[in-house]
Design a protein around this ligand. Structure first.
Ligand code: Q46
Ligand code: ZN
Ligand code: ZN
Length: 326
């Protein structure tokens, strides 16, 4: 198999693009795809600062690496979820990535900051672990971005993730979610802008990108993900993609082009009068106490002791961040 660009030995074929790439041209391809997503969806303007949500998995580490290689001013933010050895290993790999490259990493450890973790909060509140986890991460990403004055929060959702979410939302006609399914959600009502610069790249491409760029990542799946519907949708779409390369991209980008606008809510249409600050943490919510503070309350977190502490704390490494190349 030859590289489509240089005719050298290729290490990855991309059937949906009818191409194959060597290490150098795969890296260049991934960078071009991210640059194109950022431009097409106006994700980041010159001079803006981005907070990258970094789990320690291949997608988020590759995203951080790619954004740095495009000279985007960005720092990482990692949340310690407290999911046993899986979380400990994810934190270790994230710290090593940042330390080796002299990058600025912020962290929030659920247990030390709030006295709880994802498994306990999910058990006490009788929520599915992924629901408690997703709620916590969304809240903390927003809070950390606002606290640090970042213009946008970038997450490592790739084409496979977005196509699977779209598939689930269409299957069940979750029209409200379809209205919000976009690679960029503008800042509004006190929430920072959310961007997904990897939407043009697949999981397989991200794994290959990490390997050829020497990025060590958490390879284990989260133990809480087992049986999750999202994974099933991914498997079904992967089968479809195998039989018909490009099907996933056609489905997802076709939706954005042809149908997404039809599901968007016009400003003020929700009729709820807009958000008000949470009585406890000040985050925008529909009234009273926000969902995250309610979750903490149910989990018995000692709120009064932590209310004023910052959400995201910079991790100190042996040497100072140099701001150099990735
Ligand atoms: S980390 Fe959290 Fe995922 Fe684990 S508990 Fe579910 S949502 S599967 S991205
Ligand atoms: Zn090549
Ligand atoms: Zn709150």
């Amino acid at each position: 198999m030859k590289c489509t660009v240089c005719r050298g030995e290729a290490l990855l074929d991309l059937r949906r693009h009818n191409a194959a790439f060597c290490a150098e041209h795969l890296t260049r391809f991934c960078r071009d795809q991210v640059r194109r997503a950022i431009e097409d969806f106006r994700m980041v303007a010159p001079g803006e600062r981005v907070l990258v949500a970094v789990s320690g998995g291949k997608d988020s580490l590759a995203l951080w690496h790619l954004l740095r290689s495009l000279d985007i001013d960005c720092d990482g933010f990692h949340v310690g979820l407290g999911i046993g050895e899986y979380s400990d290993a994810s934190t270790r790999v994230t710290r090593s990535f940042a330390e080796e490259r002299g990058l600025r990493l912020l962290e929030c450890d659920l247990r030390s900051r709030y006295g709880t973790d994802v498994p306990s909060a999910a058990a006490v509140s009788r929520r599915a672990p992924c629901s408690a986890c997703g709620l916590s991460k969304r809240h903390l990403f927003d809070a950390a971005a606002l606290e640090g004055g970042y213009d946008a929060v970038a997450t490592g959702h790739n084409l496979d993730d977005e196509a699977a979410v779209l598939f689930g939302n269409v299957l069940h006609w979750h029209t409200e979610y379809l209205g919000r399914q976009s690679p960029v959600l503008p800042a509004r009502d006190g929430f920072p802008r959310k961007i997904k610069p990897l939407v043009r790249l697949s999981e397989r491409e991200m794994a290959a990108y990490c390997i050829v760029n020497g990025i060590d990542y958490q390879v284990d799946e989260c133990p809480m993900a087992a049986g999750n519907r999202h994974l099933r949708y991914k498997e079904q779409l992967a089968e479809l993609e195998l039989a018909s390369p490009g099907a996933k991209a056609a489905f997802y980008f076709g939706f954005l082009r042809e149908a997404a606008d039809r599901f968007r809510e016009a400003p003020g249409e929700s009729g709820d009068g807009g958000p008000v600050p949470c009585e406890r943490c000040g985050a925008p919510c529909s009234g009273g106490i926000c969902a995250f503070c309610r979750l903490l309350e149910r989990a018995g977190a000692p709120m009064a002791e932590v209310d004023d502490a910052p959400v995201a704390v910079p991790v100190t490494f042996r040497r100072e961040p140099s701001g150099g190349a990735p």
